[in-house]
Design a protein around this ligand. Structure first.
Ligand code: SF4
Length: 545
């Protein structure tokens, strides 16, 4: 599929951007050099044969801080290093000899048997840690390289893995958490996700991309996969002549230069969706910018090209056919986090649960598997909002399940604050963080419930905390987004963004939050600040807010 064109982009400078299709393949930075020297996928065998046997100190730098990511492994932040030293220390000085391990769960889907395997790995190898990420993954901490082969053996035996969970690869394919069960679903994305996994993951043709590549696919009208902030999204629509299929979006992403995805304007039939996905990834692989790491997500190419040119290249050079024009998705009716008890198409119910800021544990996942099975369920799904759903529950047992899980901190009827607050990993384990996030966010939730619980708020309210400007917890699209950074002198706290949102919370379209100029809040002042904002919003809102 590689393009043969050598034409330069009109209006661009002649400085090479590292586009394989335009500039050739000469590496332009150290990351491109190690990727060109040896594909990241190849490190798996070295981990099994050498590093797990000889230990952490036997791992060379290119593998440790480079290719390990291709298998979901990042070194963990050394304990006790405060935020003031984050940007002053080299990666080696910041790193512990333990790893964060990300298990990719495409579509967020696991059986209760798989859940038990995930739980036991946490108990045996990860000091009982397990975080539900906002990309439907499970993340462990405290992983030793010596234990990685056994963890992989258990995961693989249960049909799970960590391949391309990080790195410059196609990351986990996010999917609607209610795929195949919702009565109002337009199209089930599950076959497309399965085809992409089988054909294109762990595949050297797609494992050296300019940067990470994020995908999301949904056929649910609640628009439940945050499609505006992925590199590619396929969103369920009904074409008046061609039936149910997908609307293609490209070029979304947050980080330090946020940009919302745009519709390409084409209709994608379900049976061709995996092929179209591969063609979009191929355009990115061949034309994406590889010179600067801060300017190489697909969104930068889309910003320069525009979607019309992107569509032309996609059709002419990769698909070799034109795609039909298609309709836009209908506006969401809300409820995209799927929390609560909801009827399925088959008469059973799903129970959507809010763990506080996505934090669970191996022990809790064991209990979740047991209680789910007692309610006749064999399936669980994680969501892009750090939530978890128990599917196929016998309606008569739903109330009992809700009560049992609430006692364990998994709430099907949470306050708006517990439901709408997300936090990234933060300084506890992340080498890039300046501030603590998860524990602080949980404290803010407790305080807001105590101070504002009697107001009976029911409107969705999103409060997202990041430990640094990278936006893993999507601060720019939250009602209240809080970005960890230096706020004065040596003090670290949060820069405030207000008023962001996505189409899934019933706005007409995605919207990026405004940075409140100069407004910075310390961690200690955060509960008071958020309380003030919420009270002012209640007093001043109009009917549409
Ligand atoms: Fe780490 Fe920053 Fe991402 Fe938080 S937002 S997990 S601190 S990189």
């Amino acid at each position: 599929m590689t393009s043969t064109t050598t034409a330069r982009t009109p209006g661009r400078t002649n400085k090479p951007q590292g586009q394989w299709a335009v500039d050739g393949r000469a590496p332009l930075n150290p990351n491109e050099e190690f990727k060109a020297a040896d594909n990241g996928l190849n490190v798996r065998q070295r981990i099994i044969d050498t590093y797990a046997v000889e230990g952490f100190d036997s791992i060379p730098d290119d593998d440790l801080h480079g290719r390990f990511r291709w298998w979901g492994l990042y070194t963990q932040r050394k304990q006790g290093i405060d935020g003031a030293r984050t940007s002053k220390l080299a990666a080696d000085e910041l790193s512990d000899k333990y790893f964060m391990m990300r298990v990719r769960l495409d579509g967020g889907a696991v059986s209760t048997e798989q859940l038990r395997v995930l739980a036991q790995i946490s108990v045996d190898f990860a000091r009982d840690t397990a975080d539900i990420s906002d990309r439907q993954n499970i993340q462990y901490h405290w992983i030793r390289v010596e234990d990685v082969p056994e963890i992989w053996r258990r995961l693989n035996e249960a049909g799970m893995d960590t391949v391309e969970a990080c790195g410059d690869t196609p990351r986990v394919i996010m999917g609607s958490p209610v795929a195949g069960i919702a009565a109002d679903e337009i199209v089930d994305p599950t076959p497309v996700i399965d085809q992409i996994k089988a054909r294109y993951l762990n595949n050297p043709e797609f494992s050296n991309l300019p940067r990470k590549f994020k995908s999301a696919i949904t056929g649910h009208p609640s628009l439940d996969v945050v499609h505006e902030i992925n590199d590619i999204s396929l969103v369920g629509v009904r074409h008046p002549e061609l039936g149910a299929g997908f609307d293609l979006w490209v070029g979304g992403g947050l980080s330090t230069v946020p940009r919302l995805a745009e519709r390409v304007g084409v209709f994608v039939r379900p049976e061709e969706a995996a092929e179209v996905w591969a063609a979009v990834v191929s355009v990115f692989r061949d034309y994406g910018y590889r010179r600067q790491r801060t300017r190489n997500r697909l969104k930068f190419l889309i910003a320069d090209w525009g979607v019309a040119r992107f569509r032309q290249v996609l059709q002419d050079e990769y698909l070799h056919r034109a795609l039909p024009d298609g309709p836009a998705p209908e506006p969401s009716r809300g409820g995209s986090d799927h929390v609560g008890v909801h009827a399925q198409a088959d008469g059973r119910v799903w129970v959507g649960l809010a763990p506080t800021v996505g934090r669970v544990s191996g022990s809790l996942l064991h209990e979740l598997a047991d209680l789910a099975e007692q309610a006749d369920s064999r399936r669980v799904r994680f969501t892009p909002h750090q939530k978890v759903l128990v599917l196929d529950v016998d309606p008569e047992r739903a109330d009992t399940l809700v009560g049992q899980l609430a006692e364990r901190g998994l709430h099907a009827r949470p306050s708006v604050f517990r439901r709408g607050t997300m936090a990234c990993t933060g300084i506890e384990y992340c080498k890039l963080a300046f501030v603590e996030t998860k524990g602080l966010a949980a404290h803010v939730v407790d305080e807001l419930e105590r101070r504002l619980g009697d107001l009976g708020l029911t409107e969705p309210l999103s409060i997202n905390l990041n430990g640094c400007p990278n936006s893993c917890a999507r601060i720019q699209v939250a009602d209240i987004g809080l970005k960890g950074q230096l706020i004065a002198g040596e003090e670290f706290g949060f820069q405030v963004h207000l008023g962001g949102g996505l189409a899934d919370d019933t706005r007409e379209g995605g919207e990026l939050g405004r940075t409140v100029r100069g407004l910075k809040v310390s961690a200690n002042d955060l509960p008071d600040y958020v309380e003030r904002v919420v009270r002012r919003w209640i007093e001043q809102r109009n009917e549409s807010e």
